[in-house]
Design a protein around this ligand. Sequence first.
Ligand code: LLP
Length: 453
Amino acid sequence: MGKPAASRPPATPDAKTAHDLMGVLPMTAEVCDGRLCIGGVDMTDLAREAGTALYVMDEATIRHQLSEFVKWTRYHWKDVDVVYAGKAFLSLDIVRIVEEEDCCLLCASGGELAYAVRAGFPMERVQMHGNNKTPAELAECLDAGIGRVVVDNFEEMERLSALAAERGATQKVLIRVTPGVEADTHDFIMTGAEDSKFGFGLNQGLAMQAVKRAIELPGIDFDGLHMHIGSQIYALHSFAKAIEVMVAFMREIQAETGVAVRMLDVGGGLGVAYGAPDEPSTVKDFGKVVVDGIKEECEKHGLDVPRMAVEPGRSIVANAGVTLYTIGSVKEIPGIRTYVAVDGGMSDNIRTSLYDAHYEALIANKADQPREMVATVAGKHCESGDIVVRDAPLQCPEPGDVLCVCATGGYCQSMASNYNKQVRPGVVFVRDGEWRWAVRRETYEDLLRCDLG
Ligand code: LLP
């Protein structure tokens, strides 16, 4: 989940301006009259008009990323589903964008499915995964008529079969397999023990047992296999290795049961640039390694090439988003560090405290000035661990400045909380010089709505 602080070089003023940070900003980012603009909208004006803290999503970047996945996977094979992982960021607007871009939607809970239903998303393009779907969630999947359920354990498979049979329905399923390859972000490790709460392991024969059960159970149509080896992965050979293992398993299935695997879903995980020097793999290379990899392995084993799926989340939205804050105070502790306090924090971005994630920050109203100092951007919560960016090179900060934290479009809003009864920020989408609320900022009334006391 990003490089741990210990492995990062100590931060120094780097004299970078917004022009040097374009690699982590949305594709429409530019500097106009010295100020940061995204989607043709001035971020400083937006912050003042819409208030802060505020998540800003650039629609053009989201659409571009989705279309890149469609293009570079289908370039190599006609039948590839690009299944956007809604857990990275979900709102009704993005569900509609995903539909328009000819993609599918991955849900991780009944709540995420409710967004797809409310948005009128085509249900046959919805996939549900999760390691402990409740009976209620399984019933919701069947009642909505979703495309595929990724089955994670035996109990769930029996429940799904019974619920489907009750309804006279048949549910397509994928069996989640742990291929024993785990991506260690920049490399891969073989985990012989397959110690994972997700899916069925190969070594102990559990995955084969699961496939056989899925083939025989009523109400269930065994469609294929699913894997997910990790997130924020740079090293594409982790995918290649896992694909080798999965296709070999496909051959075993065919040999033992006579049933052909119709679909292979390789999950998500493509990494993104959080820091200005980061160089993740491109979608184009990902498409080649994954899709050509599956084709080549199938050829090697004499198998028909299955339908394929990829499940990108972070790589669709992370760099499409920024978070805007207003600087409230600048506290210099002589000889130690300078704290820049903002009107948000761990409630809108937990990733710094949870994973020691690192972000680039800049001052939107000083975007073409060099980052001449180093400061730690702190939130407003009652914890010293409430840090948004530790040791951030920054333009000279003053109270009232608009601070922009880059690459926060993924796993920030979706992991936000109401700690300290902080209202969660709204989400604004920008496009062609216009902005609109996609999700409004919460109010104190929202906080109190469920309290019956
Ligand atoms: N498919 C499955 C089955 C997944 O579990 C995930 C993410 C994805 C797809 C999407 O992966 P992506 O392309 O976004 O890497 N909260 C963490 C990330 C957790 C990822 C969980 N699974 C973070 O903030 O970094």
